[in-house]
Design a protein. Structure first.
Length: 141
């Protein structure tokens, strides 16, 4: 029996400006090695933007200033095992990276890579995230 209520996750979209151009940091997922952004399950005692920042530290080894307003949201299907998957509703928060650590909790389980928003949009498999990445690459009016 499938549970139709989406599970809530909070994600960080780590970025930096390099010569005035935005770059985003992608990491690999642990099992399938797909390119993703850091995200985790909602916790009652943790504010959504703070959760996103914590995941960025644990999964990507970056710290910085996280925006308290969501940048966007998307849904995807998370595979939990060979036979079980759940629909996740992800709220994404921008995180301006100020510190990139050499050592972090999941360092040995993931790769990380800086890409332009356009390159990142081509690399990721979560289609709902593509629009956000492309929006990040467009300078504000």
């Amino acid at each position: 029996m499938s549970n139709r209520t989406p599970h809530t996750q909070y994600a960080a979209l780590p970025y930096r400006l390099n010569n005035g151009r935005p770059e985003v940091l992608l990491i690999t997922s642990r099992e399938t090695r797909r390119w993703i952004i850091p995200k985790g399950w909602a916790e009652k005692s943790v504010k959504p933007h703070a959760m996103a920042a914590r995941e960025a530290y644990e999964e990507a080894g970056v710290r910085g200033t996280v925006d308290r307003r969501p940048f966007g949201d998307y849904r995807y299907v998370k595979r939990l095992s060979a036979t079980k998957s759940v629909v996740c509703a992800v709220t994404v928060y921008l995180l301006e990276v100020e510190e990139e650590l050499d050592d972090w909790p999941e360092k040995d389980q993931r790769e990380r890579r800086w890409l332009s928003p356009g390159q990142a949009a081509l690399a990721i498999s979560e289609s709902g995230l593509v629009e956000m990445l492309l929006r990040l690459g467009i300078p504000p009016e």
